[in-house]
Design a protein around this ligand. Sequence first.
Ligand code: NDP
Length: 240
Amino acid sequence: MKRVLVTGSSRGIGRAIAVRLAEEKFDVVLHCRSNLSKAQEVEKEIADLGQDCKILQFDISNREQCNEIISKDIEENGVYFGVVCNAGIARDNPFPALEGDEWDDVIHTNLDGFYNVLKPVIMPMIQSKQEGRIVTLSSVSGIAGNRGQVNYSAAKAGIIGATKALAVELAKRKITVNCIAPGLIETEMIESAPVEEIIKHIPARRLGQPKEVAALAAFLFSDEASYITKQVISINGGIV
Ligand code: NDP
C-alpha cells in the first residue's frame, strides 16, 4: 500500500489534500504542529474511507525534531511513496514595519521546512527504487511578489527554486517533484485578509476552495502524471 505524508494536514489545504489522497486509496500520514484535535478529526474521516492513517506531530522549522520523528516513522512503518510539503505560515507587514522575528519565522517555517522535512525522506525513497512524488506549496506571492509579504514572497520563491533543483536531481529515479502555486484559497490563513477588495482583482471573481487545490495534488500523485516534473502549476482564478 502506498503511504503519503501531508504536512499541515490538520486543516485548510493540507486537510483537503490528505482526504482526497485517501479517496484515491493512499494510506495517509497526517501531520500538525499544535492542533492535534483537528488532526484527529481528519484521521477519523480517513479511517471511514477505509485507508490506514496516523498522525505525526512536529514543528517543521525544527530540524532535529523533523529528522527524528520522520526517520522513526519510516523505519517502523515503511518508506513514503510521496510527500506534500504543505505546512506554512504568513506574517504580513509592509517592509518598513517588518520585524526581524516576522522575517525569521516565515523563512524558517516555509523555506527551511522544505529541507527539514524532505532531507530524512528522500534517501529512503531513492533506496526503495520505486516511483515517487513530491509536491510543494508555493504561492502566487512567490511568483509575482505581493505587497506586505516580502518575507512570504521570499520564502515561497525559494521553494520554487528548491523544487526545480530537486526535480532535476531525482528525475532519473522516477521521483517527480512539482510545485503548486495557489492564489487566494478560502482557509483560516486568509481570515484577516481584505478579501472583498482582493476579489475585485481576481478575474474569476471568487476565492479558490481547498478541494480544488486537492484535485490538482491528486492528479500530480497519479500514474498519469509520471512525466510531469520540475513544474510550477498555478491555481489562482487568473490573477497572474
Ligand atoms: P492554514 O493556516 O489553514 O493551515 C496551516 C497548516 O500548517 C496547519 O495544519 C498548521 O498546523 C501547519 N503549520 C503551520 N506552521 C507549522 C509549523 N511550524 N510546523 C508544523 N506545521 C505547521 O494554511 P492553508 O491551508 O491556507 O495553507 C497551506 C499552504 O498553502 C501553506 O504553505 C500556504 O502558504 C499555502 N498557500 C495558501 C494560500 C491561501 O490563500 N490559503 C495561498 C497560497 C499558498 P497546526 O494546525 O497544528 O497549527
